[in-house]
Design a protein. Sequence first.
Length: 137
Amino acid sequence: MGVSAKDQVERPFKFRSDFTTVNYTPFPSVAVLEGTGWATHLGSLTAKGELVGYVAGDALFRGSFTSANGDKVFWDAYVNPGVSYTVIFTGGTGRFQNASGRFDAVYTYRTMDPFPPVPGTDVLVTFGSEGTGTIKY
């Protein structure tokens, strides 16, 4: 179980992952991502995220990381398309209840098919990413 907000400790956080789009249709933008990865404090993880809108030109994704024991960390990710993204932790379950913090990451496209994307057509995208920051729980 998580600790109260006043008893939380800020810790270094490292992250790496591989993502694949499950459903991505540009113009209009629909995107659902699934992936696997590893992070300090979570170990091996699965990740899921969904595009929920745009903020100041960045794509806003909302999702979660699930550790091997089932504890989850919830997040919002602000993605600068083709460059980098920032993840803000917004809570969680188990030991990550009330989690907060953030990390910045860069990503590299591995696949985009078709390229360039065709409006209204599903596009397969795979990419890897790595980042560092802090998590408080």
